[in-house]
Design a protein around this ligand. Structure first.
Ligand code: ADP
Ligand code: TPW
Ligand code: MG
Length: 576
């Protein structure tokens, strides 16, 4: 091992033990931002053959690690410096945990003795205590001989059961500790079966199948847990064998192609209100599904249940009954659960009643025709629809490309207009609706998949991680950023009514040249005022793989307040 030769004969040190422990567990990429005490660690990692992707802000390194975790089922690794670097990474760690993405945030920390007596060390902070409530597990390693155990525990905690974020605290002193190289090697652990299968009980499977059998209006909802599980063939087989209409949640789009005959996306409000038995597969009944009750679900009032019976396929037993009663929980990993359900369907499964599937098809056809008419229009200035029609065509042509998406209107319109055809190709703002994931996710998507990445960004959303265009150029990643630029948050037409000179809080500099930001670092920056210009620039970007930013200027009055979630604004609630 080169490690041993570089560490003077027969001793090794904390730096190399961490590197070797990661490598032993097939972790080859580190997302990071250097500084004391991890600068040398990153240099050594690179020298030892790891890919080190160095960012301009820790939040984006953390978001990249989270996306890597979602895409690969291996924990994405993010390294930061102490206190401020750690805190900058913490948002990503918390967001990963919220979304059930496996990642490990590793932060260097200051001297324990000084931190605990609060004597004012360089970047002093009790990071472990702060991280704990925001992640799935948090560990600290104080001795070189415990590095193997520390990394193994972090990996297991991140990927087993419900995946999530893990914090690993590595004090500066640890890196320089030395120990006998042979003993060091022996202390490392190769994690065996990091995410063990969890097989559902036969009675739970039978209960679910019986419920589905009796349903007149069944519906399947696929969530990002189903996409994460990489049980694509089993899920496809279950959906097609049962003939049950399904709805994909945002990041489950493409798990089955969006143009699948059983997709009920274009009749979403109809199926949610009308279904009698709903099977959730890796999807929670949180705010994104109106908590399983209220008018969305056909309930009489905003808090009343619609009378659906729920089947919940999930790895977390405590997810059942979280919002409304779960009639049939099926607890296990999705691959094992769906395989068991497939096995229990039997040979003569009766497809859902034709009046249910027929009514859905009718609404779907109507809505798809309406959408096609809207997309065919070519207004001047360009609006969300005419710009996104170009992206829609591109993803159809290149279904292997990864689509990253954030914004308000820029998010909602993209989700409904741009069809996905392959699993795990759509990365977005997730459970929190968080802004700032854009460039971190785009970098990870390019690094982990090697495929073209198209990041469709609201102009505000882009600003949260915009400086990472330098990172994209530095690593020459095949990322094309398309900014749907409407001069502001939600729209560019708000006015300051106070009489002062300031702009309204949702407004940005008019006609901003985001394209020049990309040019500043050697990438291609292009203005697009029409769908034709957008198409030309996008074709070139994807064909060349060159880092590109397309500043797509759209009608500044086209959006709505908060996109689709206007009703969550307190002022809107007051009017109710
Ligand atoms: P969405 O936002 O797409 O509705 P959520 O993030 O709300 O999805 O839900 C994902 C669910 O998937 C979580 O409840 C999580 O426990 C579950 N999950 C994640 N991975 C697996 C897996 N491998 N097997 C079973 N359930 C999983
Ligand atoms: C970390 C609140 C939700 S959406 C959005 C903000 C600031 C930006 C919308 O403007 P954009 O899109 O991107 O230009 P468009 O097309 O509607 O004009 N801080 C965080 N997360 C969230 N969600 C916000 C603020 C928000
Ligand atoms: Mg905007």
């Amino acid at each position: 091992m080169t490690t041993e030769t570089q560490t003077q004969g027969t001793t090794t040190d904390g730096f190399h033990l961490v590197i070797d422990a990661l490598k032993l567990n097939d972790i080859r990429t580190i997302y990071a931002l250097p500084g004391i005490p991890i600068t040398d660690f990153l240099r050594m990692s690179q020298a030892e053959g790891m890919r080190v992707i160095s960012f301009r802000h820790e939040q984006h390194a953390g978001n990249a690690a989270a996306a890597a975790g979602f895409l690969t089922q291996k924990p994405g690794i993010c390294f930061t410096v102490s206190a401020p670097g750690f805190l900058n990474g913490l948002t990503a760690l918390a967001n990963a945990t919220t979304n059930c993405f496996p990642m490990i945030l590793v932060s260097g920390s200051s001297e324990r003795e000084i931190v605990d007596l609060q004597q004012g060390d360089y970047e002093e902070m009790d990071q472990l205590a702060i991280a704990k409530p925001l992640c799935k597990a948090a560990f600290r390693v104080l001795h070189a001989e415990d590095i193997g155990v520390g990394i193994a525990r972090a990996i297991r905690a991140a990927v087993s059961g419900r995946p999530g974020g893990v914090y690993l605290d590595l004090p500066a002193k640890l890196f320089a500790q030395t120990m006998d190289a042979e003993a060091g090697k022996k202390s490392l652990i190769k994690v065996v079966d990091a995410a063990p299968k969890q097989i559902p009980g036969a009675d739970a499977v039978k209960r679910a199948v019986d419920l589905l059998k009796g349903a007149k209006k069944p519906l399947i909802i696929l969530g990002k847990g189903a996409a994460y599980a990489q049980a694509d063939a089993e899920i496809k087989s279950f959906v097609e064998k049962t003939g049950i209409p399904y709805l994909p949640m945002s990041m489950a789009k493409g798990l089955l192609p969006d143009n699948h005959a059983q997709s009920a996306s274009a009749a979403r409000s109809y199926v949610l209100a009308e279904a009698d038995v709903v099977m959730l597969v890796g999807a929670r009944l949180n705010w994104l599904l109106s908590h399983g009750k209220g008018k969305t679900w056909g309930g009489a009032g905003s808090k009343q249940a619609g009378g659906q019976q729920f089947i919940q396929v999930d790895i977390s037993p405590t997810e059942a009954d979280s919002n409304v009663a779960t009639a049939a929980p099926v607890i296990g990993d999705i691959g094992s659960c769906i395989a068991a359900l497939n096995g229990a369907l039997g040979a003569n499964w009766a497809k859902p009643p034709a009046d249910w599937t027929g009514a859905i098809a009718e609404r779907k056809d109507k809505n798809l025709t309406k959408m096609a008419e809207t997309l065919a229009k070519n207004p001047s200035p360009m609006n969300f629809h005419s710009a996104l029609n170009v992206i829609r065509d591109k993803i159809k042509e290149r279904p292997d490309a990864v689509l990253v998406n954030e914004g308000a209107n820029a998010l909602d319109f993209t989700r409904s207009i741009v069809d996905m055809y392959e699993p795990r190709k759509r990365l977005d703002v997730g459970t929190w609706g968080i802004m700032g994931i854009g460039m971190g996710f785009a970098v990870a998507a390019a690094v982990e998949t090697g495929k073209p990445v198209i990041a469709v960004e609201g102009d505000s959303a882009f600003g949260f991680s915009g400086m990472e265009v330098e990172t994209i150029c530095r690593y020459n990643l095949p990322v094309c950023i398309v900014i749907l630029n409407n001069n502001g948050i939600y729209k560019g037409t708000d006015q300051n009514t106070s009489g002062t000179a300031d702009m309204a809080p949702t407004q940005f500099v008019k006609n901003a040249r985001y394209d020049m930001m990309m040019q500043a670092f050697g990438g291609a920056g292009v203005m697009a005022h029409t769908p034709e210009e957008l198409k030309k620039a996008l074709d070139e970007a994807v064909a060349s793989g060159k880092p590109t930013l397309i500043n797509a200027v759209i009608d500044e009055g086209a959006g709505t307040e908060s996109g689709r979630i206007t009703s969550l604004n307190p002022a809107a609630a007051k009017k109710k």
